[in-house]
Design a protein around this ligand. Structure first.
Ligand code: ZN
Length: 897
């Protein structure tokens, strides 16, 4: 890129005093083989002088691979924007020659059932320690990808260096230069656009402050470092598969944090996930100590054991641990540019941040080299003890009954299979512990090497250490921030709204080992003379609806269940009448069923044994809605991204993303549905302005369907906006009964505080929002009579976080289509403050209100959270695709119930 910069810019670099210093050494005293190409030779600048585009990183890596036999590049995925995701194997020539043997050796070592101790010992004597260094998962954390390439260069080019010789003799280094190339290039593009005469150290300078959505996330604005067990994004799915080929003994994920910080490495902060082994947490210290030794020698500041915990299993630095790796996060203070001034007036230079990551990378490889055999032995024993525990503990199997939302069951099984969990499928019905399971159900034995991953993902609860929880309660009482870094619940059966049955018994019957597909093909049963019916209630039916709308088929949907030929069709069931559609209907449906996984039943009669007929007033015509989604400021980029991803990539339905600045003036009459994702602060009130809000209300009154997610409901409920007749709640204060100060001004009547308790009460704020809910899974019951809940069961599980609790809507204003259960039943998983639990009880999760001819729908918790709350999918699809069919614009569908 520097070639495109003009002479003035190059001059600026030259006069920039810090860059003009003569030789800056990344590893002082190192002597390099001149045959190995340098940064300068390939890219035209020194490391740390520019922020390298993804194409530049690839170019340099390929130049290294072209110059030596000690590098091999593997492509493991493509990003959404088509950029290559690769890892490079870097090692001794001997190891590069036997890559396949090493990979196969690790596969053997990973399965102690196939590899007895004696054979394992032989492998341990010959295998190198495979270490996986992953850089740049957050695209705006710019130093680590540069350090990735320097690490490779140093390992290949440093001569007469004992540390490097040790590493090459004992370690195979696998390097992912950037895990998030789309985010990386988004950052570099912003940075280069914002540059001026010289690199600007002012933290407020445009080059340090990214426009929405920033480079942290990938194309669909996901935080890839939360996606590891959900595997929704190609960048992580590809890497998870590659890890299962190599089973690296060590996994390091290299990040950046705020400019005022220093450098962070293991050991990690508490709470530790209880499924990590003691050996794993202990060996973190080997790495920490060796890093500390080098950092001390070079005079770099660092810290350990604060902030970054390993509790959530969806981080890059935690998921690999449940296959037996030592997994760690490193964090470097960021320049978010080439130089930045810190609060203490010191200057932080980009090249120094690169250097710190380089030193930590090499130091970690050195630790792996010194502990090669120990690490191999620990890995083997990790896998072995996992199997033993699974055979011994009270949960011997998890069973996924294939019933209800069968597409969710299949997808969950596929998702577990993709992350290295062995799964069997029942060829026939079977019994376990007195319960009968249908054919097709999945059985997961715990006696397998991935046992700890299984428990982590399928158990309803993964508890935090008691000591840690107590401390959080203490901090909260003092209104000090808690130390909980991410969500406290992630149980996959709950997020899929499915049952996973733990059993102490081993199932007997006819089972086959399978690798399920996420979307197994569906089919059309029979040839219809009257209609084709697609039972609602599965994600496959939702995908079918989306696809059929895009094909402009004539679609009806029943708002009440019916029974035909002794089969019950749930509310929401799609009806494709032969007479209303074109002659090619059967072939079209056949294709759509194949692609979406939906099951479609042909019928020769409109007669039903029970429930509504196809011509009933409870059967609505579903037309193709044009769907708009608020985008850019003020929306939360993650919420907007998740929502767009769920609609576009999980249901294959296109949306029009409208930037916040146009929301108030855009011609909304072109759209039938508008989604407002979560937003920051006064967000939508400001984005729409008073005029825009009035236009929005007119659009709803004329028949639009407006859907607010999470805290966007605050905007809809704002009395000045008045689109949803609910109120956001403050923290209840039962004891403050009209305690307005009796005197105005500085003095108040004296009041005796007789105990600690009274003191505590006296220092509470008069009014405040509830404490932040810590990312828990909470159960809500569904109103079975409302069309919004069609196809779902009695309850649904939502991911609740933040401080948005709302009053229920009154019966004359609307319907609470989903309401959280009572205080003793609502918490399904996670850690919930006592006050939250009491206050959340019986409060609405989903509110539907008629407004003129249109609809306002509020989800008080984001249904698309990280796109892994699959159990919420159908509610959301009911709102977006079936909602517009229930406005009063089409003549049919007047019924609310
Ligand atoms: Zn990061």
């Amino acid at each position: 890129m520097s070639r495109r910069l003009g002479l003035p810019f190059l001059l600026a670099i030259l006069v920039w005093p810090l860059a003009a210093e003569s030789k800056f050494e990344f590893w002082p005293g190192a002597s390099y083989d001149p045959r190995i190409p340098t940064y300068g030779k390939v890219l035209g600048y020194q490391p740390g002088e520019r922020i390298t585009w993804h194409a530049g990183l690839m170019k340099y890596l390929e130049a290294l691979a072209g110059a030596t036999r000690q590098v091999k590049i593997f492509e493991y995925a493509k990003s959404w924007e088509g950029r290559k995701l690769v890892y490079a194997a870097v090692g001794s020539e001997a190891n590069l020659k036997r890559l396949e043997e090493i990979r196969a050796g690790m596969q053997k070592l990973a399965d102690p059932r196939r590899t007895p101790e004696a054979e394992a010992r032989k492998l341990m004597a010959t295998l190198p320690a495979v270490i996986w260094l992953a850089y740049g998962v957050h695209g705006n954390e710019i130093s680590s990808p540069e350090a990735a390439l320097l690490t490779a260069y140093h390992l290949l080019a440093a001569r007469k260096d004992k540390m490097v010789d040790d590493i090459l003799a004992n370690v195979l280094v696998l390097i992912v230069p950037t895990q998030n190339p789309d985010g990386r290039d988004r950052f570099v593009h912003h940075f280069e656009q914002s540059e001026g005469l010289e690199p600007d150290a002012q933290p407020v300078a445009a080059e340090h402050v990214e426009p929405w959505p920033g480079g942290r996330s990938n194309h669909y604005l996901f935080d890839l470092n939360r996606d590891w067990f959900a595997l929704t994004q190609p960048e992580i799915l590809g890497q998870a598969k590659a890890l299962q080929e190599w089973f690296p003994l060590v996994y390091v994920d290299l990040h950046e944090m705020g400019a005022d910080s220093t450098y962070y490495f293991a050991p990690e902060a508490i709470p530790y996930n209880p499924h990590l082994t003691q050996e794993q947490t202990k060996s973190l210290e080997w790495f920490g100590r060796n890093n500390a030794r080098w950092f001390d020698q070079f005079g770099f500041d660092y810290f350990t054991r604060e902030v970054f915990d390993a509790f959530y299993p969806g981080y890059g630095a935690s998921w690999p641990a449940y296959h037996g790796s030592i997994a760690m996060t490193y964090e470097q203070a960021s320049t978010r540019g080439l130089i930045v001034r810190r609060s203490d007036e010191s200057m932080l230079l980009f090249r120094d941040t690169v250097r710190h990551h380089l030193v930590a990378s090499l130091s970690s490889c050195e630790t792996a080299a010194r502990n090669r055999e120990k690490l191999l032995d620990q890995f083997y024993r990790y896998r072995k003890t996992a199997i033993e525990e699974g055979a011994r503990e009270n949960i011997r199997e998890y069973i996924l009954p294939r019933q209800g939302n069968t597409s969710a069951v299949d997808k969950l099984a596929a998702l577990l299979g993709e992350q290295g969990i062995e799964i069997k499928r029942a060829a026939a019905a079977f019994r376990n512990a007195g319960r009968e399971y249908p054919a097709g159900s999945y059985v997961i034995s715990l006696a397998q090497p991935a046992k700890r991953l299984i428990r982590n993902l399928l158990d309803l609860q993964v508890p935090m250490e008691e000591k840690f929880v107590k401390e959080q309660e203490r901090l909260r009482r003092k209104k000090l921030p808690d130390e909980i870094y991410d969500v406290t619940a992630w149980s996959l059966p709950l997020s899929f709204n499915l049952e996973a049955v733990p059993s102490a018994e081993i199932s007997q019957g006819n089972f086959q080992a399978v690798k399920p597909e996420r979307i197994p093909p569906g089919k059309v049963n029979g040839k219809a003379t009257v209609a084709y019916l697609a039972p609602w209630g599965t994600q496959a039916a939702g995908r079918l609806l989306a696809a059929a709308l895009r094909k402009e088929l004539h679609i009806l949907s029943a708002d009440k269940p019916f029974t035909q030929e002794s089969r019950t069709y749930p509310a929401g069931t799609l009806i494709f009448k032969v007479k209303d559609n074109l002659p090619g209907l059967p072939e079209t449906l056949e294709k759509l069923a194949g692609a979406t996984g939906a099951e479609i039943q042909a019928t020769g009669s409109g007669w039903v044994d029970e429930g509504v007929n196809f011509g009933s007033r409870y059967v609505v015509r579903v037309r193709k809605p044009a769907v708009a989604l608020a985008w850019d400021r003020p929306t939360s980029s993650t919420s907007a991204g998740w929502t767009r991803f769920v609609l576009e990539r999980q249901f294959e339905y296109p949306v029009t993303a409208i930037r916040g600045q146009l929301l108030g003036t855009a011609d909304l009459s072109r759209f039938q549905a508008l989604i407002l994702p979560e937003a920051s602060g006064e967000g939508y009130s400001q984005a729409f302005g008073a005029n825009g809000t009035r236009r929005l209300k007119d659009w709803v009154a004329a028949g639009g369907t407006l859907i607010g997610l999470g805290n966007a409901v605050s905007y809809l409920a704002d009395p000045k906006v008045n689109l949803l007749a609910v109120q956001q709640e403050e923290l209840p204060r039962p004891e403050t009964k009209a305690k307005k100060p009796e005197t105005e001004g500085a003095r108040v009547p004296g009041k005796l505080l007789a105990s600690e308790d009274e003191y505590s009460k006296a220092i509470q704020a008069e009014t405040e929002l509830p404490d932040r809910v810590l990312g828990v899974m909470a159960k809500a019951r569904l109103d079975p009579d409302h069309w919004m809940t069609a196809g779902l069961g009695e309850t649904v599980t939502a991911m609740v976080s933040g401080r948005s609790i709302f009053t229920p809507i009154k019966l004359d204003k609307g319907v609470n289509a989903a309401v959280f259960l009572g205080p003793d039943k609502l918490l399904a998983s996670g850690y919930l403050w006592e006050e939250n639990r009491k206050q959340l009880a019986y409060k609405p999760l989903l509110i539907v209100q008629r407004e003129g001819r249109g609809l306002v729908i509020g989800f008080t918790a984001d249904p698309n959270f990280r796109a892994y709350m699959d159990g919420m999918n159908l509610l959301f699809i009911n709102a977006v695709l079936r909602g517009p069919a229930h406005t009063r614009t089409g003549g049919v569908g007047e019924s609310d119930y």
